[in-house]
Design a protein around this ligand. Structure first.
Ligand code: F3S
Length: 400
């Protein structure tokens, strides 16, 4: 693997222990994937931020990297943490957990990482442009960056994303190269799609098809979708990344580089029935009473928060209702008066975190959400049952 003089110096420790460790990680990765060289990156998103997932071993690794002089060289933001960093007490987070979580975020901050704690960094200022090489580690955001923004990233893990931040480099392989970005499966959508639930279901169905042929790399080329909002696309990305492991899709009229490709010969068609079946498969226990309602997977946009405020205005929720979003988005909601309306209803903002990475195992029995990704992880990790509904129906469920 060809390294520049500066990269070689990093590897030999001239830039300190942490940068050396970071370059060792990237060099090993590049060697495994036969990368010819490193590429400069312009943006990094680090996942694996919740103390619930990282534990003491993760905290120790990050502390060592910070003590070793690690310093981000490019704009680097963080995925959701295990709690709202300002309002954790009212969400029922234990003090011990909070202390460890704050130390963990502090270790990132000492390295110059911006502690945004969101899985939608593209909504709060970390917005790479078409063709930029980046190193992102949140699967839904990776899919969004590649497919909607046209930036280029592999699905990084937490350590390789941190290593990219500290060196400003990533090995040149996978989705950084033209070859891997070619579509190899056409998806013909033969139904009208509207709302985050429908787009999430679309991701489930395409993802299932991709998984069924997982011996091959799959990049779907989706045709037949007339329009898609930012919120619908973030839902599709989260679901497609979860159910199919996708890092990139092409969609006519959406993906900046889709016009460079023609739809591949191998094709399958998606009808309304397939979407309905996918949604039904997530609702096996529809009659069990819901005791937890959560919206914001991926983190909510200001438009979604405005809609929640509209639906909750002057009403009272009857269940625990978490609204998960990035803190800067919550601050916009504060200024626009949405927070006051929402909190008057009894619903709670859970900024910086989400229903999957917060340590809430065993606290609830059935969660209602519009997110296919949240259902997948909540049933697995947090052992909730789930009910998958449309965005508006989820809000109405909280009032029922
Ligand atoms: Fe984001 Fe948590 Fe969903 S990290 S994509 S809200 S599982």
């Amino acid at each position: 693997m060809q390294l520049t003089l500066e990269e070689q110096d990093m590897l030999e420790g001239q830039y300190g222990r942490a940068t050396q460790k970071a370059m060792q990680i990237l060099h090993a990765l590049g060697t495994i994937y036969s990368a010819e060289c490193m590429l400069p990156v312009t943006s990094v998103q680090i996942a694996g931020v919740s103390y619930d997932n990282l534990g003491e071993a993760g905290l120790q690794f990050l502390t060592e990297m910070a003590d070793g002089g690690g310093r981000a060289r490019v704009l680097t933001t963080l995925n959701p943490a295990g709690m709202d960093t300002e309002n954790w007490q009212s969400l029922g987070i234990a003090e011990d957990f909070a202390r460890s979580q704050l130390r963990l975020i502090q270790a990132f901050a000492r390295m110059g990482v911006i502690a945004t704690c969101t899985c939608t960094p593209y909504l709060v200022g970390n917005v790479p442009h078409y063709g930029e090489h980046i190193a992102w580690a949140e699967s839904s955001a990776v899919c969004y960056a590649n497919s909607v923004l046209g930036a280029r990233t592999n699905r990084e893990g937490g350590p390789s994303a941190l290593a990219a931040a500290l060196t400003g480099r990533t090995p040149a392989y996978g989705f950084h190269l033209d070859e891997a970005r070619k579509p190899d499966l056409t998806v013909i959508v033969k139904t009208q799609l509207e709302g985050t639930l429908a787009f999430g279901a679309l991701g489930m169905v395409i993802g299932g098809k991709m998984e069924a042929s997982s011996h091959r790399r799959r990049v779907p080329y989706i045709i037949g979708v007339e329009s898609a909002s930012l919120e619908e696309l973030k839902s599709l990305c989260a679901s497609l990344a979860t159910y199919g492991g996708a890092a990139l899709f092409h969609m006519e009229g959406v993906t900046p580089e889709s016009a460079l490709h023609t739809p591949p010969d191998e094709a399958f068609t998606i009808t309304r029935d397939a979407l309905d079946t996918a949604i039904r498969s997530m609702n096996p226990d529809e009659d069990t009473p819901v005791d937890f309602v959560s919206l914001g997977c991926p983190h909510l946009s200001i438009q979604e928060i405005a809609r929640i405020a509209e639906l909750l205005k002057g009403k009272q929720v009857t269940k625990t209702f978490w609204i998960t979003t990035a803190r800067p988005t919550k601050q916009v909601a504060d200024r626009m008066g949405y927070t006051e309306i929402i909190e008057a209803s009894g619903a709670q903002f859970a900024a910086d975190t989400c229903c999957v990475v917060a340590p809430i195992q065993g606290r609830f029995r059935v969660m209602a959400t519009d997110s296919a990704k949240a259902c997948y992880y909540a049933t697995g990790k947090n052992k909730f049952k789930t009910v998958l509904k449309s965005f508006d129906e989820v809000v109405l469920e909280a009032l029922r």
